[in-house]
Ligand binder design. Structure first.
Ligand code: 13P
Length: 245
């Protein structure tokens, strides 16, 4: 089971220090992979604080070139160089606010894989697509254009846009159906099984319900990963789940 904490553009140095003080007291399970995605300027700071723990660190984004005249961009090679293991790509906030296309996401993912970073490629439909019963087609199209053709390891995160930061989440049936759809499409392209994370308003209140969905391989948490109490409550639920299964 994978727990990914996307801090987005939140938490200053002192907040991170406080968060880590409590996180380090947590009883970590070797059945759970935990990765935190801070703002890029604090990556090294977080990596240093997490030395000698099993907690991993990743970037929230990267570019599709390794180096060169691309002011403001982040090289996947440099993420790897400072000790990152994962990189989130194609988050709906990047697609919406920074106009990142699926083709762009795919190019970034292919370059990230070359540097041995593991991409977490985000997909998710809008409320309108869901209301028009277009969600399966939309996601299929997004996956075809976003995932690398190379047979490497990466994750897909299913994050319905209408669920991000809203408190409303899909039903377990809807999550199951979409994860099944995503796994089948990925298999048809790659001829291998892929792991799918669920993201969107994951909280201590709904995590137990989400974990009942058999094809959820982990969660990508936004808001609830910023508050140590909520985050540890979610971690505790996942730990209980993996121990019972
Ligand atoms: P929330 O958990 O705040 O809904 O954010 C989800 C998300 O976008 C994680 O990448």
């Amino acid at each position: 089971m994978f727990i990914a904490a996307n801090w987005k553009m939140n938490l200053k140095k002192s907040d991170i220090k406080d968060f880590l003080y409590f996180l380090k007291k947590n009883d970590f399970s070797n059945k759970i992979k935990l990765c935190i995605f801070p703002q890029s300027i604090y990556l090294s700071y977080l990596i240093d604080l997490l030395e000698n723990t099993s907690v991993l660190v990743g970037g929230q984004n990267c570019y599709y070139e390794l180096s060169g005249p691309f002011t403001g961009e982040i090289s996947p090679e440099c993420l790897k160089d400072i000790g990152c293991n994962y990189v989130i790509l194609g988050h709906s906030e990047r697609r919406t606010h920074f106009k990142e296309s699926s083709t762009h996401v795919k190019m970034c993912a292919e370059t990230a894989l070359k540097t041995s970073l593991t991409p977490i490629i985000c997909v998710g439909e809008s409320y309108e697509d869901r209301m028009n019963n277009e969600e399966l087609n939309f996601i299929e199209n997004q996956i075809y254009h976003s995932i690398p053709n190379i047979e490497e390891n990466f994750y897909i995160a299913y994050e319905p846009i209408w669920s991000i930061g809203t408190g409303s989440i899909p039903t377990n049936n809807q999550i199951f159906k979409m994860h099944d759809h995503i796994k089948k499409i990925a298999f048809s392209i790659l001829k291998k099984d892929i792991k799918v994370l669920y993201g969107g308003s994951v909280s201590p209140n709904n995590i137990d319900e989400i974990l009942k969905v058999s094809n959820v391989d982990g969660v990508l948490i936004g808001g609830a990963s910023l508050k140590i109490k909520d985050f540890l409550a979610i971690y505790g639920s996942v730990a209980k789940h993996v121990n019972n299964n």
